[in-house]
Every structure is written in C-alpha cells, then in structure tokens.
Design a protein around this ligand. Structure first.
Ligand code: NIG
Ligand code: FE
Length: 421
C-alpha cells in the first residue's frame, strides 16, 4: 500500500493504449486534500490492484491485510518512465569525438572517416560477453535510479552475426536477472560494416543473421521483440530498409526503426506502409510522412538529446501532435549521445521541442510503452498493469521536469513490480 499521496498522476481510462494529439494534454490526475488522502494498492503479483481515496480503497477491500506500507505523505505518484530507444550495450567511449563535433564536424563526416558507429563496433567486437554485461548492468542501474522501469535495448554494434548475438544474449541475461523491464531489438543493420556494400550487408542480415536469430528464438535461447534498421542516405536506403524490416516482421518482430533523421528519405511513408509500430528520430519527416503515420497508427519516437548534441533541426513535434500522431520519447543513450536520464530528456523535450509538461509525461510513459507494443501492461496507472511507479518528492509532479538534472532530490522512490528498488 502506497499511502497518503497528494496526487496520483497519469491515470488512463481502462483499455486506453495511447494518447494522441491534443488528448495528450488531458492526462488524469487524482488529487488528495488535507482531510482526504490517496492510496494505491499493489497485489503480490506486483500488479496495481486498486487506487483512489483512502476511504474508497478501504471500502472496496474491507479485510485488507497489508504486507508493506510505503509512506508517500505529501508526495505524488506517477508511472515509472519508459525509455523507448537506447543503444546501451557497447565498449569504448567516444569522448574524443565529442570535441570534434563541438569543433564543427558533422555526424556523417565522423562516420565516413571510420569513426562513430565503426569505432564502437571495433571495441564491441573485441569485448567479452562478461565485460559487456558488467557495463550494461551499471547503465541499467543508472536508468532505474533516474526513474526508468521499462527500456528498449538495441544490438547493432556487432554488424556480424557473432557479435550481434553476443549483444542480444547480454540483453537477454539482464532481462532475466535485473529489476527493470526490457524490450530487446535486433539492429544488425545499424551501419554498413567495413568491407561490405550496403547491398551485401542487406543480404547478410536477411539471409544469414535473421534466420539464425529465428532459430535461437524458437529454441528458447533468445527473446527478441523488435527489428530496427538505420534508414539513412549513405547507410541503408529506403528500399533496403523496407526489405530488412519486412523480413523481421515476417518472423513476428515489431517494426521499430531509425528514419528521416539526417536527410529526408521518406522513411515515415515506408514505415507506415509496413504498419511499423514506431519510427524514431523524424527530424526530416515530410508532411506526407506525418499523415501516413497518423493513418497507420505508428508512434513517432523523438530523441531530443541527439538533435541537441548534433545541432540538428528539431523534429516538427507540434505539427506531429496536432495532426494526431502519438508521440513518444527516448533517451537514445549511445556513445554519441551519452544520456540515459529520462527526466533530463523530458526537460529538453519541453524547452527544445516546445512540448507541454503533460504531453511530455504522456510521451515518456503510455506512448513510449505503445512504441514497444507494451501499453497493455505498462505506461499508466491502471488496475491490472505492472506496479512500476515513481514517488515524486514534491507536492506537484512537474518538479520532475522543472528541477533540471536534480533527479536525486526529486525522485523519492522507484517502484518495480510493487517493490522499492
Ligand atoms: O540513434 N542514428 C543511428 N544510431 C544512433 C547513433 C549510434 C551511434 O552513433 O553510435 C542514434 O543516434
Ligand atoms: Fe538510435
């Protein structure tokens, strides 16, 4: 029982799976008063059993025996944050490239000179599974501390079968052992490996890597949820990307990929045709792309850290929201954008992308859960969903965004499946 909260925020109606367009600014808030406190009840399976005023909850559960009571006097309860896009398994940082980019080098200049993703691939191929697991676990610990309870994790720094599988195994091990929920993504087409053409790499992904992953999934050795590709000028073109995504979809993976980031490539239109669950970046999305994604119901995942670090045009988020697209948020944590702190990402989304705080809360919870096809169990306070929650150490939840970079002060507890972590 989490007791005496002042507000319970981001309650959605039963069955609501995504908040679109202007609905995003009408998130529900239950507000307590000096005489009437609020409670949230979690059952032994770690699911939300009930919430409401103390009187309501007690009257619905008259014989309630409480194992553990968490005092949240004067505080707010919001859903645990969902980070819809990360690249968290890698070795070898790229701090030296940060200086190059500050001096004016573009992302693609660094990449074409053999740095960027290629640098990380060299280091990740050489790292052992154990080394990758250790650094990954530490990063997951940081994510939990900053309020993330469900995170999407990509492979993509192997670009060969052995290393891609090594990365997916590391993700799988953490999924089993660690107190954070994970959605895993095969991103073997994250870049064209040195020595291959994009056409050869496309065939390798479709005819060699995906069949092997399918076999491992069938044998119960691996669980993979999503298929990703970097659809970009000079990486995988729109037709190659379409074939890779379709091959992943054919084996039951959800389509969730990088598109329309640095150049307009009509990734959004292509993804919508394939009924992509989500498309990330979208700085260069066209008006037709927006309309197509609204029509297909694909979630647009925006990544403010990357646009900020690379000084890109921000994605046209206002247009996307006003057109009725469901917009989600991710940290895009990777060696280029070293940020895994969702409250900071939320702050950037407000200031740089001009989203309102309620829109940002929806984008970092229910809509990011929808981007992973997991909004049935994640992303809002609803009876029957996982009790993944955050207790905010303030009388208004907006402090989480307002107190920039102060998550230690603002986050009182992170609760995973009903237990404080
Ligand atoms: O989402 N755009 C491609 N992939 C990543 C960057 C990966 C890297 O630079 O290591 C992104 O920003
Ligand atoms: Fe990314």
């Amino acid at each position: 029982l989490i007791h005496s909260a002042r507000q319970i925020v981001q309650v959605v109606a039963k069955g609501e799976r995504v908040l679109r367009g202007r609905d995003m600014s009408t998130i529900a808030v239950l507000e307590g008063s000096d005489t009437e406190y609020l409670s949230l009840l979690v059952n032994r399976k770690g699911l939300i059993e009930d919430f409401g005023t103390d009187t309501e909850v007690q009257s619905r559960h008259p014989d309630l025996k409480v194992d553990r009571r968490i005092d949240a006097a004067g505080k707010c309860i919001i859903p645990g944050l969902v980070d819809a896009h990360t690249h968290p398994v890698w070795a070898g940082d790229r701090v030296h490239e940060f200086a190059m980019k500050l001096a004016g080098a573009t992302y693609m200049e660094v990449h074409k000179a053999g740095g960027g993703i290629h640098f990380t691939v060299d280091h990740t191929r050489r790292a052992s599974e154990e080394e990758l697991y250790c650094s990954f676990k530490k990063r997951l610990g940081t994510m939990i501390k900053t309020g993330t309870t469900l995170v999407e994790c990509k492979s993509g720094y192997g670009l060969d079968m052995d290393t891609e599988i090594k990365m997916l195994k590391v993700i799988e091990r953490a999924r089993r052992d660690f107190h954070i929920d994970i959605s895993s993504t095969y991103c073997g087409a994250h870049a064209v490996p040195k020595g291959k053409t994009s056409a050869e790499a496309t065939e390798d992904v479709i005819n060699v890597q995906l069949p092997k992953i399918k076999k491992m999934m069938n044998d119960g050795e691996l669980m993979v949820d999503n298929i990703d590709v970097f659809c970009e000028q000079g990486v995988f073109d729109t037709e190659q990307s379409r074939r890779i995504l379709q091959a992943g979809k054919d084996m039951g993976l959800l389509i969730n990929f990088h598109g329309d980031e640095l150049h307009p490539t009509h990734s959004a239109e292509m993804g919508a045709e394939l009924s992509a669950t989500a498309i990330s970046h979208l700085e260069e999305i066209s008006d037709d792309g927006i309309a197509a994604m609204v029509e297909s119901g694909s979630v647009g995942v925006v990544l403010p850290t990357t646009a900020y670090i690379l000084r890109l045009n921000p994605p046209p988020v206002r247009k996307m929201i006003d057109s009725g697209m469901a917009v989600a948020l991710g940290s895009d944590f990777n060696p280029n954008a070293y940020c895994m702190c969702m409250p900071l990402v939320m702050h950037l989304a407000c200031v740089l992308l001009k989203m309102s705080m309620p829109e940002v809360l929806a984008a970092a919870t229910i809509n990011s859960a929808a981007a992973l096809g997991k909004a049935d169990m994640h992303g809002s306070i609803e009876v029957g969903k996982y009790a993944n929650l955050m207790v905010i150490n303030a009388n208004r939840w907006e402090h989480l965004i307002y107190q920039m970079g102060c998550h230690d002060e603002v986050i009182h507890y992170v609760i995973y499946h009903g237990s404080v972590v």
